[in-house]
Design a protein around this ligand. Structure first.
Ligand code: PNS
Length: 161
């Protein structure tokens, strides 16, 4: 049984995340979408909101489970029995940071492997921070996030003039 984890902040979830979830859930027996409870980060959505949006989004994919974690990812992976980390790579600019995290996690626990999926070209420019910025200025975010979340994101954003 290959249990993988796709960790992230998902603040908010984007089409890029959705694409990685769909593709990686087809590769592994079970995929846990692990939402980081990062109290230091000023999140747009609370942890519970991010978890419930992801559950809504993945409700029809039977081998996907959404959970939250805090602390070190490698520690959480021991508790949930996952040994593979999935991360999306959008461009070479992601690579340095992702390589460092992957290698650190592997040193912490040599049983942990990181697998990178290249982001679909359609979404290679996309990030949660871009979505937050566009929403804050009242820009059109319908090309960035699933339709059911658009109004929730505008509702959370303080429209800047
Ligand atoms: O969506 P993000 O913010 O790019 O995801 C980053 C994430 C959650 C994968 C990373 O920050 C993480 O794993 N944090 C948990 C703490 C941890 O294990 N840090 C060690 C990495 S060197």
């Amino acid at each position: 049984m290959r249990r993988a984890i796709y960790p992230g902040s998902f603040d908010p979830v984007t089409f890029g995340h959705q694409d990685i979830i769909e593709r990686s859930s087809a590769i592994f027996d079970e995929l846990i979408v692990g939402v980081l409870n990062n109290s230091a980060k000023n999140s747009l959505f609370s942890l519970d909101e991010r978890v419930s949006m992801l559950r809504e989004l993945t409700k029809d994919i039977p081998n996907v489970k959404v959970d939250s974690f805090d602390g070190l990812l490698v520690d959480y992976m021991k508790t949930c029995g996952a040994t593979i980390i999935v991360r999306g790579l959008r461009a070479v600019t992601d690579f340095e940071y992702e390589l460092q995290i992957a290698q650190t996690n592997h040193v912490e626990n040599p049983e942990v492997e990181t697998v990178f999926l290249t982001t679909n070209l359609k979404y290679s420019y996309l990030s949660s921070s871009v979505v937050r910025e566009f929403a804050a200025y009242g820009g059109d975010i319908s090309k960035f996030v699933p339709a059911q979340f658009v109004d929730r994101i505008y509702g959370k954003s303080k429209i800047k003039k």
